[in-house]
Design a protein around this ligand. Sequence first.
Ligand code: HAM
Length: 427
Amino acid sequence: MAIITNAPRGTQDILPEQSGKWQYIEKTALDTAGKFGFHEIRVPTFEHTELFCRSVGDGTDVVQKEMYTFCDKGNRSITLRPEGTAGVMRAMLQNSLLAGPLPVKASYVVNCFRYEKPQTGRLREFHQFGVEMAGAAAPVADAQVIALAKAIFDRLGIRDLALELNSIGCPECRSKYHQALKAYFAGHQEALCETCQSRLETNPMRILDCKSPVCQKIAAEAPKITDYLCEACAAHFREVQEHLEMMGIAFTVNPSIVRGLDYYTRTVFEFVSSGIGAQGTVCGGGRYDGLIETLGGQPTPSIGFAMGLERLLLVMEQQDCNFPSGETCAVYFGSMGSEASKKAAWLCKGLREAGFYAECDLMGRSVKAQMKYADKLGAKYSCIIGEKEMQEGKAIIKRMEDGETAELPLECGPLVEFLSAAFSPNP
Ligand code: HAM
């Protein structure tokens, strides 16, 4: 028989055997964010299209080429979120969170959708862990958000991610910089790729980000934003760096980090891995001081980041990071006959209520096959209940590892006591 269809290109199933890794990463990230005062927010998977056009920016690749946009049955234009920031900011505004004490901090785990060309580390549905902090303008806030990302990587045991930092200034210094860039690239217009020729008018900074070798070569000699920062932006950037130095967080200033979304101002940063191929940016973020105003709120300086969980997992696997092992099956009850099967299920219920992972036969297999299955499960103990055991009300419990046995009554209390001793770290 043939399956009627596979999952759409660029999507990925997370199977039961892998989900423990995902839960561990998500829990570690959320928990670490909690230590910085960030608590989880959950927002809708889809929003009105306009939200992303206004925040991410009409001219960006994300809005122009990559969004999953459709008309719902009420004829509204709806978009599956391509990223988390816009929805979180919309929720903060709509729920008047910004009227309370500032800064407002939120963390999130979201699935995102972008119609990109799939490759390793690049999917059409992917997952992000992110944080957003609204209302804090000071450089210490930037440094704290970066320190949080670093703390998550450290707790997961990830090494050797390069932190690249830049400032893209405020709209004022950026407009001077745009002019300088336009003048420079205009001198190389013919050589630029087609996309960059059109970027020349709309957003010359994106040329710095182009992957074409020719454009990259031209961009290497382009004027640097850091030479065009106004005094306030330059001072802010300096202080962010001083905070990072104080915390011992290594970074390099990379003037070609411009980020692909329009809302950024001042500090932008990326954590990059060199071990997972072309899509090495594991985490990206920055300040977006103008976004909340664009969405209809009061001017509210804000900053955040998002890390791609698929890429994070790739890095962890490539670096052989430790993951906690799944829960061990404490005991597998084998049984012969329907009365014994009921007894086994009843014992499982009692053990589970006491916090143990217990299994019994669900397939009506032979005892030999049941034991083989218990072995595959990695059960620590097994116990076979047959006619004799039912009559005597006791059975042999066997440690699978070495075959050591003990005889116990077929009652929950003594079994719980026995397993508690066997599983306690200091027997
Ligand atoms: P972004 O750089 O577009 O920023 O995405 C953040 C991270 O999501 C990337 O560094 C990457 O790890 C992952 N990512 C992006 N696209 C894909 C994809 N197609 N497949 C797999 N992973 C992907 C943002 O989304 C901003 N909202 C980050 C932010 C939050 N800035 C401030 N606050």
